[in-house]
Design a protein around this ligand. Structure first.
Ligand code: ADP
Ligand code: MG
Length: 333
């Protein structure tokens, strides 16, 4: 089995969303232990992670120190968070693997993701980033060419493009490391967004990539059997926040497309997870949305192929009709 684990915000920040060094380390230690528990079953594991709060903090530093040191672009912020989170995750993973007596080590890979210059999000950016500022302060950055929007009560917030991930440039290196036995941390924050020019050269771009959508693509290109989107709820929920709320178990990709189209999943949170789960299932794998604590059980259940003991919300590929081998029931003697 090969599993891609996508760690959400609660795997890297405190329960209150706190992003102090101590809170991040403590949360990452817990996540690393859950992953080591899975590695102990003999599963090959690739780990990816979000970076929203960390990039947000770097942007605040950018703003506050712009008169002293050069501002750095968003692709650099993404790269910096891959560095820090990769360092922290691989250190915690190595410790957790050693504690469990597992003869494998972790490796972190700076990972670039190609996006399309013609992506509609470059014309109409959709992703709010960083902190809220009063209008007067926001206007300073608007004057420098940034897009900021009035978000009502809380103030103004910067909005940046969040284009679709198209290609994980470093995927072959991920595969090589996995096949050499490493637990690989890659494509943090969905990958560093780059554009590919006609001559093949790559250049960074001011954008952020959705980490769950990046995970779905990475999972497909490293031929993972299962994608686990590890978040802070056990299941995706239908009728979330209503008296009819009901956790979703196993669904086919087409069933999930219909449920998603009916608007059950919030755009900024569960929506992209469901979309990622769908894309991965449509590429032929099995996706699970569940909580961090259930990573091992989720993968084990998928591996066992049992339909009853599944954990979390499991999106499976649509059944392929086999007209020759599956004759209609009335044809069976
Ligand atoms: P992460 O930080 O782990 O990537 P998010 O915080 O963005 O994840 O998304 C998880 C959150 O999505 C849950 O804690 C829940 O509050 C919210 N949510 C919105 N809609 C749903 C839904 N239909 N089912 C479950 N959770 C939902
Ligand atoms: Mg979150």
């Amino acid at each position: 089995m090969r599993a891609l684990i996508a760690l959400g915000g609660n795997a890297m920040t405190g329960p209150d969303g706190s992003a102090t060094v101590e809170a991040q380390r403590a949360a990452i230690d817990v996540a690393a232990d859950r992953i080591a528990e899975l590695v102990a079953t003999g599963t090959d594991v690739v780990v990816t992670h979000g970076n929203g709060p960390q990039v947000g903090n770097l942007l605040v530093k950018n703003e506050l120190t712009a008169h002293v040191v050069p501002m750095v672009p968003l692709d650099w912020c993404g790269a910096q968070t891959q560095g820090t989170l990769g360092y922290t995750l691989t250190s915690s993973l190595d410790a957790a693997l050693t504690r469990r007596g597992i003869d494998r080590r972790a490796a972190g890979l700076v990972t670039r993701t190609v996006v399309d210059a013609a992506d509609p999000d470059f014309l109409a950016p959709s992703k709010p980033v960083g902190r809220f500022l009063p209008e007067e302060e926001a206007q300073r950055f608007v004057a420098e060419g940034q897009l900021w929007q009035d978000r009502g009560e809380k103030g103004w917030r910067r909005v940046v493009p969040s284009p679709q991930p198209r290609e994980i440039v470093d995927a072959p290196a991920v595969v090589t490391l996995v096949e050499a036995g490493y637990v690989v941390v890659a494509a943090g924050g969905g990958g560093i967004p780059v554009l590919r020019a006609a001559d093949g050269s790559l250049s960074g771009v001011e954008a952020v990539i959705d980490k769950d959508l990046g995970a779905a693509l990475l999972g497909a290109v490293v031929h993972a059997d299962v994608l686990v989107i590890a978040t802070d709820v056990d299941n995706a929920i239908i009728g979330y926040g209503t008296p009819q709320a009901r956790p979703l178990g196993r669904v086919t990709a087409s069933e999930m497309r219909e449920i998603a189209a009916a608007g059950h999943f919030a755009a900024g949170s569960m929506g992209p997870k469901v979309e990622a789960a769908l894309r991965f299932a449509e590429s032929g794998g099995t996706s699970v949305i569940t909580s961090l604590d259930r990573i091992r059980d989720a993968v084990t259940a998928v591996g066992a192929g049992s339909q009853d003991a599944l954990v979390g919300t499991v999106v499976v590929p649509d059944p392929v009709p086999h007209p020759a081998s599956d004759p209609p029931a009335h044809a069976v003697a």
